[in-house]
Design a protein around this ligand. Structure first.
Ligand SMILES: Nc1ncnc2c1ncn2[C@@H]1O[C@H](COP(=O)(O)OP(=O)(O)OP(=O)(O)O)[C@@H](O)[C@H]1O
Ligand SMILES: [Mg+2]
Length: 340
C-alpha cells in the first residue's frame, strides 16, 4: 500500500522525495504502476510504466501562455516526472559526479565539495581515509538515503532520482558492521533476501556465506529464533547471516562498509572468504581498513577533505610517498592498519 512517511533522513518511497504532498495527489496512478513495476522487475521483465503527464494548456487571446500559469505548468511538469524502471538489464556502473553534500541536520557543514568517483560495472573500488572523511556517506548516497545538493549519483548513467527507490534498493546490497537482523528465525532472516525462495536455496546461500556450520550446530538449526527471545549471535555470525541474505538477493551493486572491522582474526577470515565469493561479478564499493581487502581492489580511492584525494591501485598508492596512503596521512591509525 502507498505510504506517507517521515522522509528525513531516509528517502523512503518511489516518487520525488522532495514533494510528499504531490505524491498524495498522484497516488491513484502511481500506486498500481509501482506495484506492477515491482512485480515485473522481480520477474526480470523490462518495464516502462511511469509516464510524464502533460497538462492541457489554455492559451491567451494572442496565443501565448500567461507567465504565471506557465510557471505553474513548468512546476507541475517537473513534479509529474515519475521515476521509471530503466529498460534492459542492470550493468551496475556507479558514478558520483561533482557531488556537493551536507547532511540535512547540519546543512552548514559541507561533507563533499565537487566529489567525483567512478566505479565501472563489475569492478571493486575500495574507499579509505580517516575517520569522518565521508566513506560511509558515499555508501549512503549510493543507497539513496540522501540526495546531493549539487551534482548527481548515477547508476548505469541514470540519475538515481529518476529511478524508483524500491527498485533501486533491490539492485543494491549492503553489508555493514552492524547488520540488521529481524526478530524471527535464522531461516527467515536469510530468506528475506529472495522472497519465495526454497529451503535448498537458503542452505546454499548459508554455505557460501560460511554460516551453515554454526547454524546446523544450534539445537533448532535454521529454525532458531534470533534476538531477544532467541539466541544472541556474535557479530561475526550476524554478519555471515547478512552475507547469506545478500547472496540470495544477488544484487548488481554490493556495498561493504567495514564489514569485517569488528571481528577477531578467525571470524574475519571466515567472513572475508564469504565476501570474496559474494563480490565476484558485482560492482563493489568496499570501505576497508585491512590490507587484505584492499589489495584485491581494482582501485583504491583515498577520501580526504571532501574529495577523492588519490586514486590508484594498492601498488601505485604505496609508491606515492606524498599521498595520504603510503605517506601515513590516512589519519587516526587507519593508514597504519592498512600499510602495516
Ligand atoms: N547522520 C548524520 N548527520 C549529520 N552528520 C553526519 C551524519 N553522519 C555522518 N555525519 C558526519 O559526516 C562526516 C562523514 O561521516 P562518515 O560517517 O561518512 O565518515 P567515515 O569516513 O565513514 O568515518 P569512519 O571511518 O569513522 O566510519 C563526519 O563529520 C560525520 O560527523
Ligand atoms: Mg564509516
Amino acid at each position: 500500500m502507498f505510504r506517507v512517511i517521515d522522509r528525513k533522513p531516509d528517502i523512503s518511497d518511489d516518487a520525488d522525495p522532495h514533494a510528499p504532498e504531490q505524491q498524495l495527489k498522484h497516488q491513484q496512478h502511481t500506486v498500481p504502476n509501482a506495484k506492477a513495476a515491482a512485480a515485473a522487475a522481480a520477474a526480470g521483465k523490462e518495464v516502462q510504466l511511469y509516464t510524464v503527464e502533460h497538462k492541457a494548456t489554455t492559451l491567451d487571446g494572442d496565443g501565448k501562455v500567461p507567465a504565471g500559469r506557465k510557471q505553474k505548468q513548468q512546476k507541475a511538469a517537473a513534479r509529474d516526472l515519475q521515476p521509471q524502471v530503466p529498460p534492459g538489464p542492470v550493468l551496475g556502473e556507479i558514478q558520483l559526479q561533482h557531488v556537493d553534500f551536507a547532511y540535512p541536520s547540519r546543512p552548514e557543514i559541507l561533507i563533499f565539495r565537487d566529489f567525483s568517483l567512478h566505479v565501472p560495472a563489475g569492478k571493486t573500488v575500495a574507499l579509505v581515509g580517516s575517520s569522518g572523511s565521508g566513506k560511509s556517506t558515499v555508501v549512503q548516497l549510493i543507497e539513496r538515503f540522501y540526495d546531493p545538493q549539487a551534482g548527481a549519483v548515477l547508476l548505469d548513467g541514470r540519475d538515481l532520482r529518476t529511478l524508483p527507490l524500491r527498485w533501486l534498493r533491490n539492485q543494491v546490497g549492503l553489508v555493514s558492521q552492524e547488520p540488521t537482523l529481524f526478530a524471527t528465525t535464522i531461516y527467515e532472516n536469510i530468506a528475506i533476501g529472495l522472497p519465495g525462495c526454497s529451503g535448498e536455496e537458503v542452505e546454499a546461500a548459508a554455505r557460501a556465506a560460511n554460516a551453515h556450520g554454526f547454524v546446523s550446530n544450534l539445537p533448532l538449526g535454521y529454525q532458531t529464533q534470533v534476538g531477544e527471545r532467541g539466541v544472541q549471535l556474535s557479530g561475526g555470525q550476524k554478519q555471515r547471516i547478512a552475507i547469506a541474505r545478500a547472496i540470495l538477493k544477488g544484487p548488481k551493486v554490493m556495498l561493504l562498509d567495514e564489514a569485517t572491522s569488528a571481528l577477531d582474526t578467525r571470524s574475519e577470515a571466515l567472513v572475508q572468504a564469504a565476501l570474496d565469493r559474494l563480490v565476484v561479478g558485482r560492482t563493489t564499493v568496499v570501505v576497508a581498513h585491512r590490507l587484505s581487502t584492499v589489495q584485491g581492489a581494482d582501485a583504491i580511492a583515498v577520501v580526504q577533505g571532501g574529495v577523492v584525494a588519490q586514486l590508484g591501485t594498492h601498488k601505485e598508492l604505496l609508491r606515492d610517498e606524498t599521498g595520504g596512503w603510503g605517506g601515513g596521512r590516512g589519519g587516526e591509525g587507519r593508514g597504519g592498519v592498512v600499510g602495516g
